[in-house]
Ligand binder design. Structure first.
Ligand code: SF4
Length: 474
């Protein structure tokens, strides 16, 4: 059986697309390889939202050329936003790429995989080359035994808002809302495959609507929350202007809704928001924050911020800094503005790099202090987390996410088994860990796993204390 390796850059939209590619590959007879070196087809699902992501993708294409030189039968495919934007340039810069598919050509990509599949018939595969058969997982972590637990379901593609810094409407097109029945079917499938948390994905997810029924995003969430077997529900990323009172009323009645809303602000200066074409003022944004807090007092609100947007004055920046320091966000993803070819802001006079870096550092410090305080509030509590797998820094530890999306790390319990050769893991059957939080950091919290449960609503059964704890106290 030939195998495919999918490497994903960028957002959850790409994650969901990679899952679609993995499924098309599986139905065409591929298994999912656990490393690029083991695959017969490598797919790079690229991003172009920031310059850095673009450079990484080209760097990776060059790196993979070395593999192609060793094994000329290897096929390299590039898809995603960079493929859509850079198709012609990519053919020049990376002529060794076998096929390029834009963001709206995933079905064609699937057909190409099916067409290539027989070419690999005469290739000799050892058992080790096609071990992993479970679907799910993409890119950086190809097929983790736990990757199916949190499933991303795309409800909408593209965006029609044309923020002046953003490339998405150009590379993904205008709004294209998937029909409600299709979304519900896919969600049912994910639950049947073992997903414990469904995350609805769209560029401006709460602008979703169903032409046939007239349903809005609140109606969609209510229908999904009612599906048998659904344990938790989240969504990413809403646009502040599309949170109507009706949608918020719907959301706050949903028991499975995770208490976390990512609400991209970008800047707290009204002048800059206008230049960004964000379609709200700070007062309107803050009104939505208060509406959320009124209905969902425990809800963590996180955000995206851009520093150094063209024309950002000291007082523009100060407005953002002040708003962040007011402690409104549990966490923030801050970025230095990066020129995107073809967008209006790319043509405007730029903020000097040094100044942008200085502001970025100041903003990061301010938000880190707030985030740390927010995480401190978890110390002494036992929180339930959905397991994500081994900690990247220390394989003796596990990592997971709380309902409010805080990263939690804990030493593996003493009875924690190894993953089997099929990529299956007994803890994936009881993926809810109860972790007693002992310390807090900017990145998240550290604690000790004290219990685990098969379903979110179940009481936890005790787990054995970590081995090196037992040794230390013996
Ligand atoms: S809302 Fe703005 S930032 Fe978000 S995807 Fe659309 S154009 Fe881009």
């Amino acid at each position: 059986m030939p195998s495919i390796y999918i490497e994903t850059f960028g957002c959850q939209m790409n994650e969901a697309d990679s899952r679609y590619i993995a499924e098309r590959a599986a139905s065409a007879g591929y298994s999912v390889a656990s490393a690029a070196e083991e695959a017969n087809v490598i797919v790079l699902n690229t991003c172009t939202v920031r310059d850095n992501a673009e450079r990484r993708a080209y760097g990776r294409m060059n790196h993979l050329n070395a593999l192609k030189r060793v094994d000329p039968s290897l096929r390299l495919v590039v898809t995603g936003c960079l493929a859509e934007q850079d198709r012609d340039r990519m053919k020049r810069l990376a002529p060794h790429v076998d096929a390029i598919f834009g963001t709206r050509e995933l079905a064609e990509l699937g057909e190409q995989l099916a067409a290539w599949q027989p070419n690999f018939d005469d290739v000799d595969f050892s058992d080790d080359r096609a071990l992993v058969t479970s679907l799910g997982g993409t890119g950086d972590a190809v097929t983790g035994a736990f990757s199916h637990l949190r499933a991303y379901v795309t409800v909408q593609r593209g965006c029609s808002y044309y923020c002046t810094f953003c490339i998405v409407p150009y590379v993904r097109g205008r709004f294209d809302h998937r029909p409600k029945s299709v979304i519900l079917d896919e969600t049912r499938d994910r639950i049947a495959q073992g997903a414990r948390e469904i995350v609805l994905v769209g560029q401006t997810v709460n602008a979703w609507s169903d032409a046939a029924s007239g349903d809005d995003f609140g109606d969609l969430c209510r229908s999904i929350a009612a599906l048998p077997g659904l344990e938790r529900l989240g969504f990413i990323s809403p646009h502040p202007k599309d949170f109507t009172e009706k949608i918020l009323d719907d959301l706050c009645t949903l028991e499975p809704l995770n208490p976390r809303i990512h609400l991209p602000l970008q800047s707290a200066s009204d002048g800059l928001l206008r230049r960004m074409n964000r379609k709200y003022t700070l007062a309107q944004f803050d009104g939505i924050v208060r509406s959320i807090r009124r209905r969902l007092p425990e809800c963590a609100i996180t955000t995206d911020l851009i520093v150094g947007f063209p024309g950002e004055t000291p007082s523009d920046f100060q407005a953002t800094l002040d708003y962040v320091r007011s402690g409104v966000f549990a966490n923030a993803f801050s970025f230095i503005y990066s020129i995107r070819r073809g967008t209006p802001a790319a043509r405007w006079p730029q903020v000097p790099r040094e100044l942008a870096l200085e502001r970025f550092a100041e903003l990061l410090d301010a938000q880190n202090a707030v985030t740390r305080r927010y995480h401190d509030g978890h110390i002494g509590r036992t929180v339930r987390v959905l397991i994500a797998g081994d900690s990247k820094k220390d394989a003796r530890r596990l990592t997971g996410k709380t309902l409010n999306n805080v990263t939690v790390v804990a030493p593996k319990p003493a009875d924690y088994p190894a993953e089997d050769r099929e990529g299956l893991h007994p803890y994936a059957q009881t993926p809810w860990l109860d972790v007693a939080i002992e310390s807090a950091h900017v990145w998240g919290c550290f604690g000790t796993a004290v219990g685990r449960a098969a379903r979110f609503a179940d009481a936890g059964v005790p787990v054995m204390r970590p081995l090196f704890d037992l040794i230390a106290t013996a």
